[in-house]
Design a protein around this ligand. Sequence first.
Ligand SMILES: C[S@@+](CC[C@H](N)C(=O)[O-])C[C@H]1O[C@@H](n2cnc3c(N)ncnc32)[C@H](O)[C@@H]1O
Length: 355
Amino acid sequence: MASPVSQLATRIAYGAMQLPRVAWYVGHGEIMRRLSQGVRRREGTSARPKPQTERPVPERRRLFADMAKLFQQDLANVEAGIYPLPADHDGSWLKRLHRSRLFFEDLPDVHRRRESGEMRQVLTDDIRGKRPGYYLQNFHFQSGGWLTDDSARRYDTQVEVLFNGSANAIRRQALVPLHEVFAGRDQRRLRLLDIGCGTGRFLDFVKQSWPRLPVVGIDMSDAYIAEARRHLRRWGWLNLAVAKAEAIPLPDASQDALTSVFLFHELPPKVRRRALGEFARVLKPGGRLVLLDSLQFGDEPDYDGMLELFPQNFHEPYYTSYLTEDFRSIAAAHGLAHMRDVNAFTAKVMVFDKR
Ligand SMILES: C[S@@+](CC[C@H](N)C(=O)[O-])C[C@H]1O[C@@H](n2cnc3c(N)ncnc32)[C@H](O)[C@@H]1O
């Protein structure tokens, strides 16, 4: 049990790290909204259909109250010893400013794509046939889709702006079900694979918790894997490779734990099924799968309208089908037993064990 002084020190340190971070990304969101209002005023009515929902949409006050609960949970996890006081490793202020510049510079192109519905600009002759068609799109209307260095450098700012600075705290909620199965075991003998690891933010938190755990991260993007290598260079016992979720280059029953963060809403339904089949193949019997992704319809009924609006505002071609996907039954068909779902603000952690 921590002394009251060290508990207070932890709380102060946590607040000192997270509050300015939230303010930074909320500030970005505010500037972005004002810029887009200005553009709308100049350009007049938009030709694209107005985003519509009849389901409930939460007010900003409610969203911020729920976000505060997420941060309270994050701190409670630290105080319970589930993971250490987190370091977000956002880089120097110079680096952050550079990334903010990349983010703001892309907004006019994002706006043009949103208005024109153009989302296949990454399907060039060079890349055709080297990646599946579903992958070659300007997801979120972002320039370069998943394919360019600039996209990989912009990504974390975009995600944090979308989540008002809470994306990392959301990711950390996937450490809880890992802690349950790793506690008391020799981390050097365990194996963890993170699929669709992107720029490596979640793996950073895995390594902060279990520095000597051998981990592998795979992602279909060379640029994102290169960015993950840069971001994770402080860690050993780490292997990053370009590979796809539906064809994992690892032997059967080789992994104790599998994680996948914000991937499944980006996949077409057929690919989700193939990927879950692959996950079941590489997981050891008794191994644990943790999926972290968006809430689905009904998980937080007051948010349903916001979920319905999301793919109308951002290019998310498979998100609507994700909202009603029955993960329990797909996983069960592959021998993965559903253990529980836990909501984490606008996302949720889904936990499965291989029989
Ligand atoms: C929304 S990002 C999530 C990245 C990261 N997990 C995070 O926490 O931010 C989706 C990532 O999945 C990758 N991806 C999409 N489809 C994939 C597939 N079939 N196999 C492997 N990676 C894929 C993309 O390249 C991208 O880096």
